[in-house]
Ligand binder design. Structure first.
Ligand SMILES: Nc1ncnc2c1ncn2[C@@H]1O[C@H](COP(=O)(O)OP(=O)(O)OP(=O)(O)O)[C@@H](O)[C@H]1O
Ligand SMILES: [Mg+2]
Length: 467
């Protein structure tokens, strides 16, 4: 399943988060306002209760009771929404401010004594009105008279109306808040992802002829920096490979053109007039050399192309490296004697691989070394085991140091340090490329160093693990 767009996901996340936060805030505010009104009502009822208790405390005789009723009436004039009833023993009404509709449960509840609390408050509805009330004990100063019960109620219709209007606007604010965060979240996510769209633009603009375009890293947000860097690095690698590839094809054309134009010129010269049989034979011999060179180059190229596609069939068997080197030394002996170059072998070891391929790789290194070692020089092949386990075969020769800028490119196809020299020998600059692809196919590594007149190629290939 396709993952939903990041923008949608972020917007959804924002809206859910804001929904939860705003709901919680809304709930808390609603509750706080409700509690505030409750406290306010309690406060008001308490003030009236104090008044009632004060008046009743002055009652000493039956006559005082009527006087007390009158005083209470006076004190409560103008208090709309407030109902008060004072009950004596046997629920005898001692005073009633108006026909207050007190519910039975309040009448029957145990009246609270000195202090009244919000928990003592009772809410009820009657005749379309809602009341909040309380029952509390009030003492007279009459002997043998049990405490009276003061019932107080406030009409809280106004409060309820206000609360419902307040809740409505609170929810409206919350809903618009949520919608707004969704919208803002969506906009923020879209803006935040703009750099991604820039990347897409750059990617669209890239073609074989325009591989030099890169992302501006200083404009990329931190989260995308890794991606952008990897993207740029990928482009670097692509550009490099592409350059090598196009260099390779132009080198290839160049390499093929020279021998073929040589052949053509020679043929034209010979054909320009009648020749003796010996002359024709001589020209054909010389042509044969060029054909040979061409054929070798083409088979090298084919080998490399196969290696590129992993089509080289490699045998995997124990190879006695010292034996291979000794055989190659025998093969090159005549040449090295003639050039006055000493060949030496140090160490021995078994590697795991294809003997013919490894011999070819070694042979390329040796033929290069022979070509570049001056008279009285020496070529040393040393075989050893690396601490990491693989076999190391080092081919070292005395002679000119290769300057460092050439070293990384030595294994490139057709790369030659001094191309002007290349006419003097048959090489096309493919030897090291082939050696490298053979070592790569073995899962090994090849490296080169050249310092103080010593050039050293080191191949690391898997060793035979003892059974
Ligand atoms: N031992 C060495 N000492 C100095 N330079 C070397 C040595 N081996 C290789 N080179 C340099 O590396 C270049 C590439 O070598 P490579 O074997 O790939 O090509 P080549 O020998 O010129 O041609 P080919 O091997 O195809 O006949 C050579 O042209 C040479 O300049
Ligand atoms: Mg070579």
């Amino acid at each position: 399943m396709r993952i939903a767009s990041i923008t949608v996901r972020l917007a959804l996340f924002f809206s859910t988060a804001s929904l939860l936060v705003l709901l919680a805030i809304g709930y808390l505010i609603g509750n706080a306002v409700g509690r505030h009104f409750e406290e306010q009502d309690l406060h008001e009822l308490h003030a009236k209760l104090v008044l009632i208790r004060h008046v009743l405390a002055t009652v000493r005789s039956q006559g005082d009771l009527d006087e007390a009723g009158r005083r209470l009436n006076e004190a409560l004039i103008g208090h709309h929404g407030l109902s008060i009833t004072v009950l004596g023993p046997h629920r005898r009404v001692l005073f009633a401010s108006r026909e207050a509709a007190f519910p039975d449960n309040l009448l029957e509840s145990r009246p609270s004594d000195e202090h009244i609390r919000t928990t003592d408050l009772v809410v009820w509805s009657k005749g379309g009105e809602t009341y909040r009330g309380i029952a509390a004990a009030a003492f007279t100063s009459m002997q043998d008279m049990p405490p009276a019960t003061a019932l107080l109620a406030l009409n809280i219709g106004h409060h309820l109306e206000f609360m419902s209007a307040f809740r409505k606007s609170l929810w409206l604010a919350i809903v618009s808040g949520i919608l707004l965060t969704v919208l803002l979240g969506w906009i923020a996510a879209r803006r935040g992802l703009l750099p991604l769209r820039d990347m897409v633009q750059v990617a669209h603009g890239i073609s074989a002829s325009r591989l030099d375009r890169r992302l501006q890293l200083d404009e990329v947000p931190t989260e995308l920096l890794d991606l952008a860097t990897a993207f740029n690095q990928m482009l670097d690698r692509l550009q490099d490979s592409f350059k090598r590839l196009s260099d390779f094809s132009s080198d290839l054309a160049h390499e093929l053109r020279t021998p073929i134009s040589n052949l053509m010129t020679e043929s034209q010269v010979v054909l320009s007039r009648a020749r003796s049989a010996d002359e024709y034979r001589e020209v054909l011999y010389s042509n044969l050399e060029e054909y040979d060179r061409l054929a070798r180059m083409i088979s090298d190229m084919l080998f490399l192309a196969k290696a590129d596609h992993g089509l080289i069939a490699l045998r995997s068997e124990p190879v006695d490296l010292a034996k291979e080197v000794r055989q190659l030394f025998e093969f090159y002996e005549a040449l090295s004697d003639e050039q006055g170059v000493r060949l030496a072998l140090e160490g021995e070891g078994m590697a795991n691989g294809d003997d013919l391929m490894l011999r070819r790789a070694l042979s390329n290194l040796l033929s290069n070394a022979l070509r570049h070692t001056p008279r009285e020089g020496a070529i040393t092949v040393s075989i050893s085991r690396a601490s990491t386990g693989e076999m190391l075969i080092a081919v070292e020769n005395t002679g000119q140091t290769i300057s460092p800028e050439h070293l990384p490119r030595l294994f490139d196809r057709f790369y030659q340090v001094d191309p002007s020299r290349h006419r003097t020998h048959e090489g096309a600059g493919l030897g090291l490329a082939i050696t490298k692809s053979i070592i790569d196919a073995h899962g090994g590594k090849i490296s080169v160093t050249s310092e103080n007149g010593l050039t050293r190629f080191v191949m690391a290939i898997p060793a035979v693990t003892p059974p």
